[in-house]
Every structure is written in C-alpha cells, then in structure tokens.
Design a protein around this ligand. Sequence first.
Ligand SMILES: [Zn+2]
Length: 60
Amino acid sequence: MGQVADDAFDAAIRSGEIDEQMKFAGARRCNHRLRATEGDECPTCLDLGWIDKDGNPCEP
Ligand SMILES: [Zn+2]
C-alpha cells in the first residue's frame, strides 16, 4: 500500500511540473479523458493529451 501511495504521489508531482512547463509554453491539457470512451481517439488532441497555443495537438 505504501509503495502504491508513494508512486501516486510521485506521479502527481511530475504531472504538476509538466502542467507548469506546458502552461508556460501556452499549451493546455485536453479534457478528453472526461468524456472519451474506450477505443475512441480524441478528435481534439489525437490522444496526445495536450493542445498547444495554436490549437494543435501536442505532447509535453
Ligand atoms: Zn483530447
């Protein structure tokens, strides 16, 4: 249990760092995970998870 919690905590920290870097670059996270169903590719970000300041799919 402890190891799982540690891993989740580390992942959250890394995710936060990525958020900061991507926001600094003008990108934003795609919210497709809130609505996409299994097997569907996101039409907005092509499953990359991020959209850059020009609205194009990108990844961190
Ligand atoms: Zn998406």
